[in-house]
Design a protein around this ligand. Structure first.
Ligand code: ATP
Ligand code: HMH
Length: 272
């Protein structure tokens, strides 16, 4: 039998299916990785915004992690929306207990429309509890500003923020450039503690970018689950999200989801 690669996402549910757990599982599946999930919160959400946030208690998160950890042994794990310090501490405890060392931390804080997905007081727990356990952290620019307390405008500041987040314990940092509006390219910065690698792609002019960060970090986790290096996994994640934004589905009246089929379609030669 061929080896089955397995990845676990610890994140919130997006009823609209473009971000959160749904984006993660679709991405795992498209990249040939068996997906598992531990829910932290249920959101009532669509392309127009977040209509409600219903967090789970930490014990419900712990129970799901024990169910997966005691039986299914994920090859890689990613975190998304964690909502509270209590949930972050529970997740960190289980990551340590089960020795999940291929951990991608996407420090989700605020949805694109401005709704908070992480309590302000939980940012410190993210820094002290989870970043030190992470193999890869994938902040966007506002998240990097919140983690570091810096205001980031130019490339030099972005590099400085990546170094700071690395010193918080993330062995690799991908500082994503989606929010750097007004530029013709999108520059994601990968820092490995030693050198900067610049992943640049043309900026696609579209409003359909709901869940780009979730999809990107899930693709990176899928690559790690398959045994790829961090650099390989991040390069594939960039190609996956670029295709998913380019071939957008155009659904919903607001900020629509990306096309999770796009990368696989291209690989299979079925271009839309
Ligand atoms: N308009 C765009 N064109 C091309 N690539 C983009 C665009 N917007 C985002 N990306 C890519 O998508 C990935 C996610 O970046 P972004 O900075 O948007 O994350 P995010 O803000 O965490 O996403 P979200 O919170 O919506 O899930 C990055 O690899 C980035 O380069
Ligand atoms: C559940 C959830 N997680 C993450 C994001 C960030 O895109 C979102 N909008 N919703």
């Amino acid at each position: 039998m061929t080896k089955v690669f397995k990845a676990l996402t610890i994140a919130g549910s997006d009823s609209g299916g473009g971000a959160g757990i749904q984006a993660d599982l679709k991405t795992f599946q498209e990249l040939g990785v068996y997906g598992m999930s531990a829910l932290t919160a249920v959101t009532a959400q669509n392309t127009l915004g977040v209509q409600g946030v219903y967090p789970l208690g930490a014990e419900a998160v712990t129970a799901q992690l024990d169910s997966v950890g005691s039986d299914l042994q994920p090859d890689a794990v990613k975190t998304g929306m964690l909502f509270s310090g209590e949930i972050i501490r529970a997740v960190a405890g289980k990551v340590r207990q089960y020795g999940w060392d291929k951990l991608v931390v996407d420090p989700v804080m605020i949805a694109k429309g401005g709704s908070p997905l992480l309590q302000q007081e939980a940012v410190q727990a993210l820094i002290t509890e989870l970043l030190p356990l992470s193999l890869v952290a994938t902040p966007n620019i506002p998240e990097a500003e919140s983690l570091t307390g810096m205001k980031i405008s130019g490339l030099a500041e972005r590099e400085r923020a990546a170094v700071l987040i690395h010193t918080m314990g993330a062995r690799f940092v991908v500082l994503k450039g989606g929010h750097d509006d007004g530029t013709t390219g999108v520059l994601d910065l990968l820092y490995d503690g030693n050198e900067f690698i610049y992943l640049e792609s043309p900026r696609i002019s579209t409003r359909h970018t709901h869940g780009t960060g979730c999809t990107f970090s899930a693709a990176a986790a899928a690559g790690l689950a398959q045994g790829n290096t961090v650099k390989e996994a991040v390069h594939t994640a960039k190609a996956f999200i670029q295709a998913a934004i380019e071939d957008c589905l155009g659904i919903g009246a607001g900020h629509g989801p990306t096309n999770h089929f796009a990368y696989g379609n291209r690989m299979r030669g079925n271009v839309r």
